[in-house]
Design a protein around this ligand. Structure first.
Ligand code: DQA
Length: 153
């Protein structure tokens, strides 16, 4: 007897973590606010927690490069976790890019921006993101990925 077995191999979905300006300095930059771990070290501990997903990491200090990355990956990606750093508070262009793409975006901030200077209280991207995780340290990235991983396609 011939048994037909459909190819059940699941396609791995892509989740991207994007960090904006100055976040390449995590570990060195104001450790009392942002902690003493580099993002690269943290990312290595994050990947094995989500074996069914392709986790990607991108960081840039340039607004246009962040927008280009969103354009390039934001249509095919399952989801995006974005810490736009200071561009959060200033960039309408980034907000437009998030509106333009298909993938859901979760806004993350390591520090509690609402407990800091007034200029950090405003987010240009909050309204076009799915939601925000603020002030929970690097744990915010894991929570963001966990939320996206739970979304059905
Ligand atoms: C930040 C908060 C922003 O106000 C700041 O400009 C950053 C980091 C955070 O993760 O807490 O660069 O996004």
């Amino acid at each position: 007897m011939r048994v037909y077995l459909p190819n059940k191999k699941k396609k791995m979905l892509d989740i991207h973590i994007i960090n904006g300006p100055n976040l390449n300095l995590l570990g060195k930059r104001e450790p009392e606010i942002y902690g003493s771990q580099t993002f690269e070290t943290y990312f290595e501990t994050l990947k094995p927690l989500f074996p069914d997903f392709h986790l990607h990491y991108f960081q840039s200090n340039h607004e246009g490069a962040l927008i280009d990355y969103l354009h390039e990956h934001g249509f095919a990606a399952h989801g995006i976790v974005l810490n736009a750093g200071a561009y959060t508070h200033t960039s309408i262009a980034l907000a437009d890019a998030i509106s333009a793409i298909r993938a859901p975006v979760v806004e993350v901030h390591i520090s509690n921006v609402h407990a800091r200077e007034i200029f950090r209280h405003k987010s240009c991207i909050a309204a076009v993101c799915k939601g925000a995780i603020i002030g929970l340290g690097l744990e915010g990235y894991r929570l963001g990925v966990q939320y996206l991983a739970g979304l059905t396609t």
